[in-house]
Design a protein around this ligand. Structure first.
Ligand code: GH3
Ligand code: MG
Ligand code: MG
Ligand code: MG
Ligand code: MG
Length: 300
């Protein structure tokens, strides 16, 4: 693990380096506060720091304050190692944002275990950050299909519309809904219905370009957000989506089940800007027409 030392006293710095290297740390030496701050504020900075208080440039307490104010994540664990040993010094040092405080002359065994305690804190923080990442990723996905969920696909649509407006571009939206899906459930049961939903999602995903988005908007209803102005591109994709569902029956535990899908297409363009709500409504209307006209078709 990388560890930063900031110490202006050369012999003490060398002694520290000797110990720390022996304990397995990858030591970064700095001689003054400005150098130390730069190292802590760099790419891939050390997350464990052993700071002297009195040294040229920024002092150890200044650095603590600056780290806490400006470097939020990942956390930097700071130990002040200083000759200032009065009670009010310790209080001021800890209040500046230090995690621990050791007075000189230091005892090497004590330093070793205090550093180990710091590493434990950093490991816990890493676990928390990872858990938060996983939760975030999960919170935006539909658990059955792995597609973007209702809230996320709507958020994506809002973002894409804002971007399209800045870039004077278009956004196309497809609302798609499996046909007579209630009958699949009623005939084969809910689990088979779920299998059909998963397989339909997989097929649709396999057609998507990297910059298109497909989300599960409701039960058996999907939203597909596409960039681009070409009506025939959007219609082409909608038609391919329709075809990928009906071309082969779904493979389920209850056998092969034929399924079809209806799709409604709407577009927001520089000549006719729609907001997310209006665009969803327009796609929904088009979908309704596709249902009325007999299902398994695209309308716009
Ligand atoms: P239409 O062609 O007009 O869309 O008819 P439909 O039967 O597909 O539409 P309807 O709205 O009448 O029924 C939708 C069905 O989708 C009813 C509901 O039980 C089912 N459904 C919704 N979510 C899920 C799900 O997560 N799993 C399963 N298995 N079924 C679901
Ligand atoms: Mg000093
Ligand atoms: Mg319906
Ligand atoms: Mg349906
Ligand atoms: Mg529906």
């Amino acid at each position: 693990m990388k560890l930063l030392i900031a110490e202006d006293d050369t012999s003490l710095r060398n002694l520290l380096k000797l110990y720390l290297s022996r304990w397995g740390y990858d030591v970064i030496e700095t001689r003054d506060g400005n150098e130390a701050w730069q190292a802590l504020n760099s790419e891939d900075a050390p997350r464990l720091a052993l700071l002297d208080w009195l040294m040229p440039g920024l002092n150890g307490v200044d650095i603590c304050q600056r780290v806490r104010a400006e470097l939020k994540e990942p956390y930097t664990y700071i130990i002040l190692l200083t000759g200032q040993h009065k009670e009010q010094d310790i209080i001021a040092g800890m209040e500046s944002g230090a995690d621990d405080y050791i007075t000189k002359p230091f005892k090497s065994n004590e330093l070793r275990v205090r550093l180990r305690a710091g590493r434990r804190i950093l490991e816990l923080q890493d676990e928390l950050l990872m858990a938060r990442e996983i939760l975030r990723a999960k919170a935006s996905r539909d658990s059955l299909t792995g597609l973007w969920n209702h809230a996320e696909i709507y958020r994506i649509l809002v973002d894409e519309l804002a971007r399209a407006q800045r870039e004077r571009a278009c956004v196309s939206l497809i609302m798609a809904d499996l046909d007579n899906f209630k009958m699949v459930n009623d005939t084969y049961g809910h689990l088979v219905g779920d299998a059909v939903l998963r397989q339909s999602s997989e097929r649709m995903l396999s057609l998507m370009r990297s910059y298109d988005y497909v989300g599960r908007y409701g039960g058996e209803e999907f939203l597909i957000v596409m960039q681009g102005c070409e009506r025939k591109d959007a219609e082409g994709l909608a038609e391919r989506l329709r075809y990928c569902i009906c071309s082969e029956p779904m493979d389920t535990p209850e056998g092969m089940i034929p399924v079809t899908i209806s799709l409604g297409l709407a577009m927001s363009s520089p000549d006719n800007r729609l907001d997310a709500n209006a665009l969803v409504k327009a796609a929904d209307k088009a979908l309704y027409r596709a249902k009325e006209k007999g299902r398994n078709r695209v309308e716009m």
